[in-house]
Design a protein around this ligand. Structure first.
Ligand code: ATR
Length: 279
């Protein structure tokens, strides 16, 4: 796409930002939909994040995605937050309003839910087991409670981190020790790995699936590799599995729609294009 002087410009702010798949994804949609717009990587160091966000309206950007490590700083910088961003204290999508204010939202949770819905028809209910207690787990926990999970059990290597995460939420959430991670699977209807274990280059996830019921849905938010060892083992046992790529794509939809005025498609072609960039 050759840009004009009237192009709509959005981007992703992170530090580092070179690993981000978002420019490829949004670039694909812009090209596909023949939009006079651009989506650029913006590498902003932590000591410059406040000034960079404050400058978005002056620079004429229509908005940005925000990634690690800036999601909390972005929540502070925004004039308004949607319910998810406010509950999580973290913003991943900013829309610059016509009067130059920053509207912050967090679409990680809805991206996670949309992925589970489309990938395995999961729309709530039952007991969910969440492995991990980092930023990704916070979005997943919020989403599961929003969707009406009957019980959410958080299992994390560092118990204190799981306890503080759970304390941020009201609802049927509890913590179980990391050593019980195989035991708690016995009556789970959903298992979500939000840890970095199983990611390319990271340690494997050591989890005994013997007690996992055959109809439990297993989701890994890791997407490199696309089929993690956890998903492969779950699939071999006959469980329905959902990979992490869909969450990445679905969380991007609301921002694109707000900035460029068109709801972008989520389908096999988009997945294949993003996957190609991971190879
Ligand atoms: P993110 O914000 O992407 O979720 P994070 O905050 O670094 O990333 O969290 C990574 C998660 O993976 C944490 O739950 C971490 O457990 P700790 O809280 O105990 O650090 C988990 N994790 C990373 N390496 C691990 C390992 N070797 N064994 C068990 N859990 C691990």
């Amino acid at each position: 796409m050759i840009l004009s002087g009237a192009s709509t410009v959005a981007g992703v702010i992170g530090w580092p930002v070179s690993h981000s798949r978002s420019p490829r994804l949004h670039g694909y949609w812009l090209e596909l939909l023949d939009i006079d717009g651009a989506y650029v990587p913006l590498a902003v160091p932590p000591d410059k994040i406040e000034v960079a966000l404050a400058a978005l309206p002056a620079m004429g950007l229509c908005g940005v995605n925000v990634t690690v490590p800036h999601k909390t700083a972005a929540a502070t910088a925004c004039t308004r937050l949607d319910a998810a961003a406010s509950a999580m204290g973290a913003v991943n999508t900013i829309v610059v309003t016509d009067d130059g204010e920053l509207n912050g939202s967090n679409t990680d949770g809805v991206g996670f839910l949309e992925n589970l819905k489309q990938g395995a028809g999961w729309t709530g209910g039952g007991k969910a087991v969440v492995l991990g207690a980092g930023g990704a787990a916070r979005a997943v926990l919020w989403a599961l409670l929003e969707a009406g999970a009957e019980e959410v059990v958080v299992v994390n290597r560092t118990a204190s981190r799981a306890e503080s995460l759970v304390a941020e939420f009201s609802g049927p959430v509890s913590v179980r020790p990391w050593n019980d991670r195989g035991l708690v699977l016995a009556d789970a209807s959903l298992l979500v790995n939000t840890t970095s274990l199983g990611m390319q280059g990271a340690d494997p996830l050591d989890l005994d699936l013997d007690r996992l019921p055959p109809d439990t849905i297993v989701n890994d938010i890791v997407y490199v590799p696309l089929e993690t060892d956890l998903l492969r083992r779950a699939r071999m046992r006959g469980n329905r599995t959902v990979d992490g790529l869909g969450m990445l794509i679905h969380q991007a939809v609301p921002g694109f729609a707000a900035w460029f005025g068109v709801e972008p498609p989520v389908n096999e072609d988009v997945r294949a294009f993003v996957l190609d960039g991971l190879a």
